[in-house]
Design a protein around this ligand. Sequence first.
Ligand SMILES: [Zn+2]
Length: 219
Amino acid sequence: MRPGPVLIVACPRCGALARHGTLASGNTFGARLWSDGMLDAPMLPLPREVGRCTGCGKYYWLEAAREVGSVDAFADALRGARDEYSAVPWVEDVDEAGYYRALQEGLGSNRKKERLLRMRAWWRRNDAFREEGKAAPAGGAELPEACRLNLEALAGLLDGKKVDDRLLRAEVLRELGQFGAARAILASVRSPKHAGVARQLLALCEARDAGVRELRLEG
Ligand SMILES: [Zn+2]
């Protein structure tokens, strides 16, 4: 994994500056695939799409933020130098509740954006069950109201015909405990490339398990 430049961006609302790290290259070595579609790759972290401004406290899309400079943090560290933006804080990370607030603040202004925010909120919630020894309890954990509403809205957005979308929709329904509806979708997946995932999700439905689970990567 090789870090890229650190970008200095200005909040579109208040102009406060933030540092935002980028990635030059990575790989999927040691990656674990989860039933919610998240590929947990230590050498390829998820790109950060949204940040919270440390100035005004609002959320914004990083791609919509004006770039005012960049810093080669690695070269500076080697030189022992401090860059001219060293006082600028890192953009704040966004947790599950933060993605819900970002949606309330209107960042999900089209279906693609809303889907991304809802997916990230879902993955954030499931992150609690990805660590060794912290797997979701048998049958799955209870869903708080905000999470249930998020998954119901996400299921409505995953109405495409692409197999990946249908598998995700089935998984959302499974985690909502709607096993029959999930099974109907999974049973209709004919693509050989997706058969392994569909089979594993079907088995979880049969077991009436609504928890996020790690999948076996099958050839
Ligand atoms: Zn701001």
